[in-house]
Design a protein around this ligand. Structure first.
Ligand code: GAL
Length: 362
Protein backbone atom coordinates (compact mmCIF):
# COMPACT_ATOMS: atom_id res chain seq x y z
CA UNK A 1 0.00 0.00 0.00
CA UNK A 2 1.23 3.49 -0.75
CA UNK A 3 2.27 5.60 2.21
CA UNK A 4 -0.36 8.30 1.61
CA UNK A 5 -3.15 5.79 1.38
CA UNK A 6 -1.96 4.09 4.52
CA UNK A 7 -1.64 7.38 6.34
CA UNK A 8 -5.14 8.34 5.35
CA UNK A 9 -6.46 4.98 6.51
CA UNK A 10 -4.93 5.41 9.95
CA UNK A 11 -6.08 8.99 10.18
CA UNK A 12 -9.62 8.07 9.19
CA UNK A 13 -9.54 5.55 12.01
CA UNK A 14 -8.34 8.35 14.25
CA UNK A 15 -10.90 10.76 12.80
CA UNK A 16 -8.17 13.07 11.56
CA UNK A 17 -8.25 12.75 7.80
CA UNK A 18 -6.95 16.26 7.29
CA UNK A 19 -3.67 15.48 9.06
CA UNK A 20 -2.99 12.50 6.83
CA UNK A 21 -3.88 14.31 3.66
CA UNK A 22 -1.64 17.17 4.73
CA UNK A 23 1.14 14.66 5.40
CA UNK A 24 0.69 13.27 1.89
CA UNK A 25 0.96 16.77 0.52
CA UNK A 26 4.19 17.24 2.44
CA UNK A 27 5.74 14.33 0.66
CA UNK A 28 5.24 11.37 2.96
CA UNK A 29 4.25 9.43 -0.13
CA UNK A 30 5.30 11.47 -3.13
CA UNK A 31 7.61 14.43 -2.80
CA UNK A 32 6.86 17.77 -4.36
CA UNK A 33 9.48 17.18 -7.06
CA UNK A 34 7.48 14.20 -8.24
CA UNK A 35 10.15 11.66 -7.19
CA UNK A 36 9.36 8.93 -4.73
CA UNK A 37 10.30 9.54 -1.13
CA UNK A 38 10.43 6.78 1.43
CA UNK A 39 10.07 7.76 5.05
CA UNK A 40 11.35 5.62 7.91
CA UNK A 41 10.38 6.35 11.49
CA UNK A 42 12.93 5.51 14.19
CA UNK A 43 11.57 5.28 17.74
CA UNK A 44 14.13 5.08 20.56
CA UNK A 45 13.22 4.35 24.19
CA UNK A 46 15.15 6.65 26.50
CA UNK A 47 18.16 8.80 27.17
CA UNK A 48 19.07 7.02 30.44
CA UNK A 49 21.25 4.54 28.59
CA UNK A 50 23.84 6.34 26.49
CA UNK A 51 23.82 3.96 23.53
CA UNK A 52 20.50 4.99 22.00
CA UNK A 53 21.35 8.60 21.22
CA UNK A 54 25.14 8.26 21.09
CA UNK A 55 25.50 5.13 18.97
CA UNK A 56 22.27 3.74 17.60
CA UNK A 57 20.71 6.94 16.32
CA UNK A 58 23.64 8.24 14.23
CA UNK A 59 24.50 4.75 12.96
CA UNK A 60 20.91 4.01 11.93
CA UNK A 61 20.67 7.34 10.17
CA UNK A 62 23.86 6.85 8.22
CA UNK A 63 23.10 3.26 7.26
CA UNK A 64 19.54 3.98 6.13
CA UNK A 65 20.81 6.79 3.90
CA UNK A 66 23.62 4.59 2.53
CA UNK A 67 21.14 1.88 1.60
CA UNK A 68 18.43 4.14 0.29
CA UNK A 69 18.87 7.38 -1.64
CA UNK A 70 15.21 8.20 -1.57
CA UNK A 71 14.84 7.65 2.19
CA UNK A 72 14.31 10.24 4.86
CA UNK A 73 14.45 9.39 8.55
CA UNK A 74 12.29 10.77 11.31
CA UNK A 75 13.35 10.17 14.94
CA UNK A 76 11.68 10.30 18.28
CA UNK A 77 12.95 9.45 21.75
CA UNK A 78 10.31 8.55 24.35
CA UNK A 79 12.47 9.50 27.36
CA UNK A 80 11.40 6.31 29.11
CA UNK A 81 7.68 7.14 28.94
CA UNK A 82 5.30 4.55 27.44
CA UNK A 83 2.53 7.08 26.73
CA UNK A 84 4.95 9.37 24.93
CA UNK A 85 6.19 6.50 22.77
CA UNK A 86 2.63 5.46 21.88
CA UNK A 87 1.84 9.05 20.89
CA UNK A 88 5.05 9.34 18.86
CA UNK A 89 4.23 6.15 16.99
CA UNK A 90 0.61 7.20 16.45
CA UNK A 91 1.73 10.45 14.90
CA UNK A 92 4.16 8.64 12.58
CA UNK A 93 1.35 6.32 11.51
CA UNK A 94 -0.93 9.28 10.85
CA UNK A 95 1.82 10.87 8.82
CA UNK A 96 2.03 7.74 6.70
CA UNK A 97 5.64 6.66 7.16
CA UNK A 98 6.63 3.65 5.06
CA UNK A 99 8.18 1.61 7.88
CA UNK A 100 8.95 1.95 11.58
CA UNK A 101 12.00 0.80 13.48
CA UNK A 102 10.93 0.45 17.11
CA UNK A 103 13.03 0.03 20.25
CA UNK A 104 10.11 -0.23 22.66
CA UNK A 105 10.08 1.37 26.10
CA UNK A 106 7.71 -1.38 27.22
CA UNK A 107 7.25 -4.29 24.84
CA UNK A 108 3.76 -5.22 26.01
CA UNK A 109 2.26 -1.72 26.14
CA UNK A 110 3.38 -0.99 22.60
CA UNK A 111 1.68 -4.14 21.26
CA UNK A 112 -1.68 -2.48 20.44
CA UNK A 113 0.11 0.34 18.57
CA UNK A 114 2.07 -2.26 16.59
CA UNK A 115 -1.27 -3.88 15.73
CA UNK A 116 -2.58 -0.51 14.54
CA UNK A 117 0.43 -0.14 12.25
CA UNK A 118 -0.19 -3.61 10.87
CA UNK A 119 -3.82 -2.80 10.12
CA UNK A 120 -2.66 0.29 8.25
CA UNK A 121 -0.15 -1.80 6.26
CA UNK A 122 2.89 -0.11 7.83
CA UNK A 123 5.58 -2.66 8.69
CA UNK A 124 7.25 -2.45 12.11
CA UNK A 125 10.75 -3.78 12.63
CA UNK A 126 11.52 -4.41 16.31
CA UNK A 127 14.94 -2.98 17.08
CA UNK A 128 16.98 -4.51 19.90
CA UNK A 129 13.88 -5.25 22.01
CA UNK A 130 11.25 -7.71 20.83
CA UNK A 131 8.10 -5.59 20.80
CA UNK A 132 4.82 -7.44 21.14
CA UNK A 133 2.23 -7.51 18.36
CA UNK A 134 2.47 -8.30 14.64
CA UNK A 135 6.01 -7.09 13.87
CA UNK A 136 7.55 -7.83 10.46
CA UNK A 137 11.16 -8.42 11.53
CA UNK A 138 13.66 -8.15 14.38
CA UNK A 139 17.29 -7.06 14.74
CA UNK A 140 19.07 -7.74 18.02
CA UNK A 141 21.58 -9.82 19.96
CA UNK A 142 21.25 -13.17 21.64
CA UNK A 143 20.07 -11.91 25.05
CA UNK A 144 20.53 -15.14 26.99
CA UNK A 145 24.11 -15.29 25.78
CA UNK A 146 24.63 -11.78 27.22
CA UNK A 147 23.53 -13.10 30.63
CA UNK A 148 25.71 -16.20 30.34
CA UNK A 149 28.76 -14.07 29.49
CA UNK A 150 28.09 -11.86 32.51
CA UNK A 151 27.53 -14.81 34.87
CA UNK A 152 30.59 -16.70 33.65
CA UNK A 153 32.81 -13.62 33.99
CA UNK A 154 31.52 -12.95 37.49
CA UNK A 155 32.30 -16.52 38.63
CA UNK A 156 35.77 -16.24 37.10
CA UNK A 157 36.41 -12.90 38.84
CA UNK A 158 35.27 -14.30 42.17
CA UNK A 159 37.97 -16.94 41.80
CA UNK A 160 38.20 -19.73 44.35
CA UNK A 161 34.89 -19.37 46.06
CA UNK A 162 34.07 -20.48 49.54
CA UNK A 163 30.69 -22.02 50.08
CA UNK A 164 28.25 -19.32 51.04
CA UNK A 165 29.84 -16.61 48.87
CA UNK A 166 27.13 -14.09 48.24
CA UNK A 167 26.23 -11.93 45.29
CA UNK A 168 23.74 -9.13 44.71
CA UNK A 169 21.80 -9.18 41.42
CA UNK A 170 20.82 -5.90 39.81
CA UNK A 171 18.49 -6.91 37.01
CA UNK A 172 17.04 -4.62 34.35
CA UNK A 173 13.53 -3.41 33.65
CA UNK A 174 11.14 -6.40 33.55
CA UNK A 175 9.03 -4.69 30.88
CA UNK A 176 12.04 -4.95 28.53
CA UNK A 177 12.06 -8.54 27.20
CA UNK A 178 15.85 -8.36 26.90
CA UNK A 179 16.12 -7.89 30.66
CA UNK A 180 14.21 -11.14 31.11
CA UNK A 181 16.64 -12.94 28.76
CA UNK A 182 19.74 -11.44 30.41
CA UNK A 183 18.49 -12.61 33.80
CA UNK A 184 17.63 -16.11 32.57
CA UNK A 185 21.06 -16.49 30.94
CA UNK A 186 22.84 -15.26 34.07
CA UNK A 187 20.84 -17.50 36.40
CA UNK A 188 21.60 -20.52 34.22
CA UNK A 189 25.27 -19.99 35.10
CA UNK A 190 25.06 -18.62 38.66
CA UNK A 191 22.40 -20.74 40.32
CA UNK A 192 23.91 -23.41 42.54
CA UNK A 193 27.37 -21.83 42.26
CA UNK A 194 26.88 -18.78 44.50
CA UNK A 195 24.26 -17.59 46.90
CA UNK A 196 22.07 -14.86 45.45
CA UNK A 197 21.62 -12.90 48.67
CA UNK A 198 19.58 -10.05 47.15
CA UNK A 199 18.03 -9.57 43.70
CA UNK A 200 16.35 -6.44 42.39
CA UNK A 201 14.53 -5.46 39.20
CA UNK A 202 15.20 -1.90 38.04
CA UNK A 203 12.30 -0.03 36.43
CA UNK A 204 13.48 1.96 33.41
CA UNK A 205 17.04 0.80 34.00
CA UNK A 206 17.62 3.80 36.26
CA UNK A 207 21.11 4.26 37.66
CA UNK A 208 19.83 6.02 40.78
CA UNK A 209 17.47 3.12 41.55
CA UNK A 210 20.42 0.71 41.40
CA UNK A 211 22.32 3.05 43.71
CA UNK A 212 19.46 3.03 46.21
CA UNK A 213 19.02 -0.75 46.02
CA UNK A 214 22.73 -1.36 46.51
CA UNK A 215 22.73 0.89 49.58
CA UNK A 216 19.86 -1.23 50.94
CA UNK A 217 21.75 -4.45 50.17
CA UNK A 218 24.83 -3.17 51.98
CA UNK A 219 22.78 -2.30 55.09
CA UNK A 220 21.04 -5.66 55.04
CA UNK A 221 24.04 -7.88 54.32
CA UNK A 222 26.98 -5.90 55.69
CA UNK A 223 29.63 -4.19 53.59
CA UNK A 224 32.08 -7.10 53.83
CA UNK A 225 29.62 -9.77 52.84
CA UNK A 226 29.08 -8.92 49.18
CA UNK A 227 31.48 -11.03 47.16
CA UNK A 228 30.22 -10.09 43.70
CA UNK A 229 27.64 -7.94 41.94
CA UNK A 230 25.74 -9.00 38.86
CA UNK A 231 24.71 -5.73 37.20
CA UNK A 232 22.75 -6.23 33.98
CA UNK A 233 24.07 -3.10 32.28
CA UNK A 234 26.62 -0.35 32.70
CA UNK A 235 24.15 2.16 34.15
CA UNK A 236 23.25 -0.33 36.89
CA UNK A 237 26.96 -1.06 37.40
CA UNK A 238 27.63 2.68 37.80
CA UNK A 239 24.89 3.05 40.43
CA UNK A 240 26.03 -0.07 42.31
CA UNK A 241 29.69 0.96 42.32
CA UNK A 242 28.84 4.48 43.50
CA UNK A 243 26.88 3.01 46.43
CA UNK A 244 29.72 0.59 47.30
CA UNK A 245 32.21 3.46 47.26
CA UNK A 246 29.94 5.73 49.31
CA UNK A 247 29.81 2.95 51.90
CA UNK A 248 33.62 2.64 51.84
CA UNK A 249 33.59 -0.94 50.59
CA UNK A 250 37.24 -1.67 49.89
CA UNK A 251 38.32 -3.61 47.95
CA UNK A 252 35.34 -3.44 45.64
CA UNK A 253 33.79 -6.79 44.70
CA UNK A 254 33.76 -7.69 41.00
CA UNK A 255 30.87 -6.00 39.16
CA UNK A 256 29.55 -6.91 35.70
CA UNK A 257 27.91 -4.65 33.10
CA UNK A 258 26.73 -4.35 29.52
CA UNK A 259 26.79 -1.84 26.65
CA UNK A 260 30.49 -0.92 26.61
CA UNK A 261 29.71 2.65 27.66
CA UNK A 262 32.75 4.91 27.78
CA UNK A 263 32.29 5.35 31.55
CA UNK A 264 32.28 1.58 31.99
CA UNK A 265 35.42 1.06 29.92
CA UNK A 266 37.12 3.70 32.08
CA UNK A 267 35.91 1.98 35.26
CA UNK A 268 37.35 -1.29 33.96
CA UNK A 269 40.73 0.41 33.48
CA UNK A 270 40.44 1.92 36.97
CA UNK A 271 39.73 -1.59 38.35
CA UNK A 272 36.30 -0.60 39.65
CA UNK A 273 34.19 -2.65 37.23
CA UNK A 274 35.24 -6.13 36.18
CA UNK A 275 33.63 -6.43 32.76
CA UNK A 276 31.08 -5.14 30.30
CA UNK A 277 29.34 -6.84 27.39
CA UNK A 278 29.99 -5.22 24.06
CA UNK A 279 27.21 -5.59 21.55
CA UNK A 280 28.79 -4.10 18.44
CA UNK A 281 26.53 -1.18 17.57
CA UNK A 282 27.35 -0.97 13.87
CA UNK A 283 26.23 -4.47 12.81
CA UNK A 284 23.03 -4.17 14.82
CA UNK A 285 22.24 -0.78 13.29
CA UNK A 286 23.10 -2.13 9.83
CA UNK A 287 20.74 -5.06 10.28
CA UNK A 288 17.96 -2.83 11.62
CA UNK A 289 18.43 -0.34 8.78
CA UNK A 290 18.49 -3.05 6.10
CA UNK A 291 15.32 -4.68 7.44
CA UNK A 292 13.53 -1.32 7.69
CA UNK A 293 14.52 -0.22 4.18
CA UNK A 294 13.47 -3.55 2.65
CA UNK A 295 10.18 -3.48 4.58
CA UNK A 296 9.50 0.13 3.51
CA UNK A 297 10.08 -0.85 -0.12
CA UNK A 298 7.86 -3.88 0.22
CA UNK A 299 10.77 -6.25 -0.43
CA UNK A 300 11.27 -9.63 1.20
CA UNK A 301 13.22 -9.60 4.48
CA UNK A 302 14.44 -13.16 4.05
CA UNK A 303 17.37 -11.96 1.94
CA UNK A 304 18.72 -10.05 4.96
CA UNK A 305 17.60 -12.15 7.89
CA UNK A 306 19.70 -15.12 8.97
CA UNK A 307 17.45 -16.20 11.83
CA UNK A 308 13.82 -16.43 12.82
CA UNK A 309 12.05 -15.35 15.95
CA UNK A 310 8.62 -16.20 17.32
CA UNK A 311 6.54 -13.14 18.12
CA UNK A 312 4.00 -12.70 20.90
CA UNK A 313 1.24 -13.50 18.41
CA UNK A 314 2.90 -16.85 17.70
CA UNK A 315 4.04 -16.12 14.17
CA UNK A 316 7.61 -16.58 13.02
CA UNK A 317 9.32 -13.56 11.52
CA UNK A 318 12.73 -12.97 9.91
CA UNK A 319 15.39 -11.87 12.40
CA UNK A 320 19.07 -11.03 12.66
CA UNK A 321 20.48 -12.14 16.03
CA UNK A 322 24.07 -11.09 16.58
CA UNK A 323 26.64 -12.45 19.03
CA UNK A 324 27.66 -10.37 22.07
CA UNK A 325 31.26 -10.13 23.27
CA UNK A 326 32.65 -10.04 26.82
CA UNK A 327 35.13 -7.21 27.52
CA UNK A 328 37.63 -7.16 30.40
CA UNK A 329 40.82 -5.19 30.91
CA UNK A 330 42.66 -7.69 28.67
CA UNK A 331 40.34 -7.29 25.70
CA UNK A 332 39.54 -3.56 25.55
CA UNK A 333 42.07 -3.02 22.78
CA UNK A 334 40.89 -5.95 20.65
CA UNK A 335 37.23 -5.00 20.86
CA UNK A 336 36.02 -1.42 21.31
CA UNK A 337 39.32 0.19 20.34
CA UNK A 338 39.82 -2.05 17.32
CA UNK A 339 36.26 -1.38 16.14
CA UNK A 340 36.80 2.37 16.44
CA UNK A 341 34.11 2.84 19.11
CA UNK A 342 36.65 4.68 21.32
CA UNK A 343 40.23 5.75 20.88
CA UNK A 344 42.81 5.05 23.59
CA UNK A 345 43.02 8.83 24.06
CA UNK A 346 39.30 8.98 24.81
CA UNK A 347 39.50 6.15 27.34
CA UNK A 348 42.73 7.22 29.00
CA UNK A 349 41.98 10.44 30.87
CA UNK A 350 44.93 12.01 32.75
CA UNK A 351 43.75 10.34 35.98
CA UNK A 352 43.86 6.95 34.25
CA UNK A 353 47.30 7.46 32.67
CA UNK A 354 49.15 5.10 35.02
CA UNK A 355 46.43 2.45 34.89
CA UNK A 356 46.37 2.66 31.09
CA UNK A 357 50.13 2.20 30.87
CA UNK A 358 49.89 -0.79 33.18
CA UNK A 359 47.17 -2.27 30.99
CA UNK A 360 49.21 -1.69 27.84
CA UNK A 361 46.75 0.89 26.53
CA UNK A 362 49.17 3.39 25.11
C1 GAL B 1 18.32 -3.32 26.62
C2 GAL B 1 19.45 -3.30 25.67
C3 GAL B 1 20.71 -3.11 26.45
C4 GAL B 1 20.63 -2.01 27.45
C5 GAL B 1 19.30 -1.89 28.13
C6 GAL B 1 19.14 -0.59 28.85
O1 GAL B 1 17.17 -3.60 25.97
O2 GAL B 1 19.52 -4.49 24.95
O3 GAL B 1 21.75 -2.94 25.53
O4 GAL B 1 20.97 -0.83 26.87
O5 GAL B 1 18.26 -2.10 27.26
O6 GAL B 1 18.37 0.33 28.22
Amino acid sequence: MKACVRGAAVAVAAAATAAALAACGEGAGNDSGGGNQTKIGVLLPDSTTARWETNDRPLLDRRIKELCDECTVEHANAKGDVAIQQAQMDSMLAEGVDAILLAAVDARSLGPTVAKADEAGIPVIAYDRLAEGPISGYASFDGEEVGRLQGTALLKAMGDRESGDQIVMMNGDPSDPNAVSFKAGALSVLEGRVEIAKAYDTPQWRTEVAHMNMSGAISALGADNIDGVYAANDGLAAGSIAALKANKVDPLPPVTGQDAELGAVRRIVADEQYMTVYKPFAPEASAGAALAVAAARGESLDRIATDKVTTSSGSTVPAVLLTPVSVTIDTIEDTVVKDGVYTIQQICTPQLAAACTKAGLT
